[in-house]
Each structure stands twice: as structure tokens, then as C-alpha cells.
Design a protein around this ligand. Sequence first.
Ligand code: MV4
Length: 451
Amino acid sequence: MFKKVLIANRGEIALRVIRACRELGIRTVAIHSTADAESLHVRFADEAVCVGPPASKDSYLNIRSILSAAEITGADAIHPGYGFLSENAQFAEVVEQVGLKFIGPRSAMLKLMGNKVQAREAAEKAGLPLLPGARGVLEDADDADKVAREIGFPIILKAAAGGGGRGMKIVREGGDVRKAFETASNEALSAFGNGDMYLERYVEEPRHIELQIVADERGNVIHLGERECSVQRRHQKLLEEAPSPAVTPELRREMGEVALEAMRGIGYNNVGTIEFLMDEKGRYYFMEMNTRIQVEHPVTEQVYGLDLLRLQIKLSAGHDLPRTQDQVVPRFHAIECRINAEDPETFAPSPGRITGYHQPGGYGVRVDTLAYEQYKVQPYYDSLVAKLICWGDSREVAMDRMRRALSEYVVEGIKTNLAFHRRVMAHKGFAAGKYDTRIVEQILAEKKTAG
Ligand code: MV4
């Protein structure tokens, strides 16, 4: 087992990793920017190193400083958390080269899944269902136009170097594919330094469903079911739940079998998430693969009773999977609300000092947070203040508990989206489990009518 892990991250996920390490008897090194000196992850770690000024590019993305911090503290592994350097194949490669363990999949896997065209091709070869689309990278605007006509409209153009909703363009019947290609490709080139594009049939009202994968270094792979992530706004997830109201046990088994076969074929290791789009008929299609521990991992933990961080660290240290597929059973329903420091009307970030704070607790409630009374939410980083996770025997109990927990939550001094979450939990479509990726817009529109 590792002796000392450096956490190349901040906020609640840095705390989450530090807690898992402490339980495993592993010493921890926090890194932080000058703006984060008063943060909980700095206080909870055994050691802390300041790696630079507030801007992420100078601190949490500063590979040289982070590697220096690892060297001077004698860390033997680096946990990247999510965001920042977590899916940076070059960073993972350097970490491997200097003889440290990158806690995550091997760098080749980050490289493969980081290029969405290569990922799509690998997924297809491995037997995952895809939407009709172009083979490989589109050659030019004419090629895009030709492929679009073959497939039929609507289509979506996506950047090979994009992902998570960046660099996409939808074209409907009668639209100008050539023009859309040129615009999107140029945008991708300036945003990612790579203008490569692909396209596929566009699904109008999809659900976003993702499957949690766990693999050891010997090729054993299991899945921990799906998470429903359709409650999003501008590709920012606001609420996740597991299991998905749209996935039956039969469908879960089928998706799981297809996914496990694919992961074995690809040689996937460590934790990962396969993102699927699901159409109104319940058909599912591979979208992307995330090669990191995700923000929403707690819902899966509470449903399956497995500590995913503890497991991830042990897998990285070469341990085998502790359970076979038939030994992992979904026992509960869990919901996670992301409490953000943002204006409930405009969703603009709302940093500042938390002057009053009380978090919910009690049976079936978990709060993963960096917050405390007098904590100052920084403007330099994401606006996530807390993840409120509630679970119960059924979806109804989990929802009742979330409503109760939301009613207890007090955050003063900054604006938060707590009121928005109370609205989601009061929404008929959400309560019925009948919703898709349009739900946030629908809720906001209803508010206007009511006001
Ligand atoms: C799509 C799609 C419809 N059809 N691809 C958005 C995030 C990125 N990972 C891919 N995304 C989408 N890809 C096809 N072929 C619709 C979206 C999409 C979306 C996906 C999941 C959750 C919310 C979304 C909101 C808008 C668009």
C-alpha cells in the first residue's frame, strides 16, 4: 500500500480523498493556492504545500510545482480528484515516468478516451452501441455535408478534443452543415488547439445515463449500475440519482453485460464512467467515457454500500476487486443535490463569505462539503459548496428525506441554489421519474408563469 498520497486538488473532493487515505493508514499531502490557505483540505491533510497564486493555471494546474511538492514531501502516489489534471494524459504520463503512481487509469487510457473520435471507434470495436455517425474524423465541410445527408437530420457536430458539451453544433433539416462545420471546427481549434470534428445523429430529448465501472489491474471488471444525470443546465449537472427511474433491472443487466465486455476488450483499469444517451424508447448509445472519479460518485456508494475512493486507491496499489458482479446489489435509492454558490435567478457564481451555516444531518443524510461558518467561497474555482446526498429504501423515501434535509439547510452571506433544489423536489415530473435533459428549463419556465 502507498505510504503517502499527494492530493492534486482542492475542495470537497480533496477532503474525500484525505478521509479515505486516513482510514487506510496512508499519510496525505495537500497542495493549495495562496487563496486556499484557510481551506479544510489544508487543515485535514498531514502536510500541506503552497503551489502558487490563486489562478488555477498557476497552482492546481501547475504540473512543475505539483511534482516538486510530491518530491520534497516524499509522496509515492498522486490522486488527481476530478477536474483540474484528472484527465490530463500528459500529466499522468509524467507522474508514471518519475516513478509515482497516478491514482486512476493508466495514461494510455486517458489519452484514448480524451480523443472523442478515438474513444468512439474503440467503443464501437468493443461492441458498445453507437448512434449512426461518421467513421473517424470528418475530412472537411463537404465530407460533413455528405455524411449528414446519408445519416439524415437532425445531426450534431462534435469536436474530437471537446467533451462535456463543449464544441458542439446541432444542424436540423434544411440547415447549413458546411457553415456549421466551419464555425465549430474553428471554435474547436482555438479552444483546444485541435479542429478535428465528427458527427452523429442528434437525439432530441435524451436522458443522460452513466454506468460506473470498476476494474483491477488483472482484467477483472464489475459495474455498479447507472446514475441518472439528466437534471443539468448548460452541461452543469445539478442533481443526480441512482438507480435511474428509466432503467429496469433487465435493462441494467443488459447494459452492464455489454459494458463489461467492452471494458475487458479495451483493457480498462481503475474506476471510470461510461456516459450514455437514452432516447424516449429506452434505447441507449455510447457518448463518452470519463476516466476519473466523478463528482456524483456518492450516490453509487450509498446505493451499493461500497466506498469507491477506498476501492480506487486499493486498486491503484494493485489489489484485486473485492467482489464479483453477482456480489454487488443495488440496495437503496440515492439522490445528490449539488449546492452551488450561485444566483438562483441567473445562475451566475456568487462567491463571498459564509456568515451563517447549518447543514442537515440525521438518518440517511450525507453532506460532502468544504464549507464551514466564516469560510470564504473563492471566485477562482468552481462554485460547488456542498453535495447533499440522501438515500432510502425507495425513491419516494429518498425524495421525502431530501425535502426534509433541504428544509434544514441554512447558508447565509452568499446566494445558493438551495431554493432551486426545493423546486425540483416539488416538481411533478421529477417526482414521477418522468423527465429528461429539458427538465431544468421546464422548471424555470414554470416559475415565470407562477410569478
Ligand atoms: C448529444 C445529444 C444528442 N444527440 N449527442 C452534451 C454533453 C456531451 N457529452 C454530449 N451532449 C449531447 N450529445 C447526440 N448524438 C445531446 C447532448 C446534450 C446533452 C447530453 C446529456 C445531458 C445534457 C445535454 C444537454 C444538451 C445536449
